[in-house]
Design a protein around this ligand. Structure first.
Ligand code: MRU
Length: 380
C-alpha cells in the first residue's frame, strides 16, 4: 500500500534531496520516496508499506533512473522481509517491474542473497530481515560514494578533452540526485564542473515523452544555480551545427559486455550527431550498470511503454501506468511507438566513466578489466 503526503518545498542542494529513505514508525517499517511524477510542481512523498506499492511506484516512474532503482529494489526486499511477506515472491515482482536497468535486479539480488544467507545461518527471519536492510543501506551508501568518484573522474576527463574550461555540455533525461544515493552520474559531472567554475552552460534535452529533462533535470539545475537552457530533443541537431556543444554527457541503464549502452530513448541520435560534429559522447555510470551477462546491444531488452504516453500529455495527476487520463495530442485510436530506451553502439561512445575509472576507447577487454577490478572490492 502507498500513501501520499506533501512536504514543504524549501530550497536544498541537490545532494540533500530526500529521494528515498527507510523509516520505522510504530506501525511498522516503511520506504519513503519522493514522487518524481509530481515534480517540478509539487514535492510529494510516497510512503510504501509493502513491495507491491513499490513495484507500482517503479512502473509509474515515481522512482526511476538506474542507480536508485537498484537501491529501491534492495529496500523493497528488506521491506517484504521486515513486514513478514513472502520475500522470494516480492523479489521476483520487484526484479521484473522494469526490464532494462540492470541495477534493479542487481539491488534486488544483493538484498535477497543477504536475507537468504542470514536465514540459513541463524534460522531467524528477524535476523534475516535485518541483514537484508543492512545490505540495502550499504548499497545506498556505496552509490553515494560511487557518485562522488564518477564526478571526479568525469571532471578530469572534461578538463583533459577541453583544457580551456568553459564547458558547454548537452545532457539527456535525468541523471542527478533524483537517480542516486549521491549526486547522480552524468549530472554529477556537470555539477562538479559548475562548482569549480568550468561549466559555461548545461543544455538540457526535454526528453520526450515523459519529460525527465524538462521536469527533473531543469529542476535540479535550477536548484544548483548553474546556467542551463532547456531545448526540445529535435533542436539538438541545430545546436550542434551552431558549434554550441563541447560534450555530451549521459547516463546508462545497462552497458553490455561489448560496450553497447542502453539509455533513455533519444541518446543514440545524440551519439550520431556528436560523431558527425566531432564532439565527445561520454557515458557516466556506476560499475553496477555494466552487465557482463549481456553480450551485446541486441541482447538488451528495451522496455516498451504504453502508447498513451506519446498520444497524450500526462498531467501529474494522470496515471502513467493505468491508462491515459491526460490531454489528447493525437486522434483517438492513434498507435504509438514508445520504446523507453535506445542502444548506442560502442564505436559511438568516446568514453565510459565509472567510479573505478574511465574506459576509452570502449572495448570489451577494457570493460572486463574494470569489472574485475571492481569485484576485487568487497561489498556488504
Ligand atoms: C543515472 S540514470 C541513467 C539512466 O537511468 C537515465 O538516463 C534514464 O534513462 C532513466 O530512464 P527512466 O525511464 O526515467 O527511468
Amino acid at each position: 500500500m502507498a500513501d501520499q503526503q506533501a512536504r514543504p518545498g524549501e530550497d536544498k542542494r541537490p545532494s540533500e534531496i530526500p529521494v528515498i529513505r527507510w523509516e520505522e514508525p510504530p506501525e511498522g517499517p516503511v520506504l519513503i520516496l519522493l514522487d518524481q511524477t509530481r515534480l517540478p510542481s509539487e514535492e510529494v512523498e510516497l510512503v510504501c508499506t509493502d513491495a507491491s506499492a513499490l513495484v507500482e511506484a517503479i512502473r509509474s516512474l515515481a522512482v526511476r533512473g538506474a542507480p536508485v532503482l537498484g537501491i529501491a529494489g534492495a529496500y523493497g526486499v528488506a521491506l517484504a522481509a521486515a513486514r513478514g511477506f513472502d520475500v522470494d515472491e516480492a523479489a521476483e515482482a520487484l526484479e521484473s517491474a522494469r526490464p532494462t536497468a540492470v541495477n534493479l535486479s542487481v539491488g534486488v539480488r544483493r538484498a535477497l542473497a543477504a536475507y537468504r544467507d542470514a536465514l540459513a545461518a541463524t534460522g531467524d527471519p528477524t535476523a534475516a530481515a535485518t541483514a537484508a536492510l543492512a545490505s540495502a543501506q550499504a548499497l545506498h551508501r556505496e552509490d553515494a560514494e560511487a557518485s562522488a568518484r564518477m564526478a571526479a573522474h568525469g571532471l578530469a576527463l572534461l578538463d583533459e578533452l577541453m583544457p580551456g574550461g568553459g564547458h558547454r555540455v548537452l545532457t539527456h533525461c535525468n541523471t542527478g540526485a533524483l537517480v542516486s544515493g549521491g549526486e547522480g552520474t552524468a549530472f554529477a559531472v556537470a555539477l562538479a564542473a559548475h562548482r569549480v567554475g568550468r561549466l559555461r552552460r548545461l543544455w538540457v534535452d526535454e526528453t520526450r515523452p515523459l519529460l525527465q529533462g524538462a521536469r527533473l533535470t531543469a529542476w535540479e539545475a535550477a536548484r544548483s544555480g548553474m546556467a542551463y537552457t532547456l531545448l526540445t530533443d529535435s533542436a539538438a541537431g541545430s545546436l550542434f551545427a551552431a558549434g554550441e556543444v563541447d560534450a555530451v554527457l549521459v547516463g546508462a541503464d545497462r552497458i553490455a559486455a561489448d560496450g553497447s549502452v542502453a539509455n533513455k530513448v533519444g541518446s543514440y541520435p545524440l551519439a550520431v550527431l556528436a560523431r558527425y560534429h566531432h564532439v565527445p559522447f561520454i557515458v557516466v555510470a556506476p560499475v553496477t550498470t555494466i552487465d557482463p551477462d549481456t553480450p551485446d546491444g541486441a541482447s538488451i531488452e528495451v522496455e516498451q511503454r504504453p502508447g498513451f504516453e506519446v498520444t497524450e500529455i500526462l498531467t501529474p495527476q494522470a496515471s502513467a501506468v493505468g491508462g491515459g487520463g491526460g490531454v489528447p495530442l493525437a486522434p483517438l485510436g492513434t498507435q504509438a511507438y514508445n520504446p523507453a530506451f535506445d542502444v548506442t553502439p560502442p564505436e559511438l561512445v568516446t568514453a565510459i566513466v565509472t567510479e573505478e575509472g574511465t574506459v576509452s576507447p570502449v572495448t570489451p577487454e577494457a570493460l572486463a578489466a574494470l569489472c574485475a577490478r571492481s569485484r576485487a572490492t568487497p561489498t556488504a
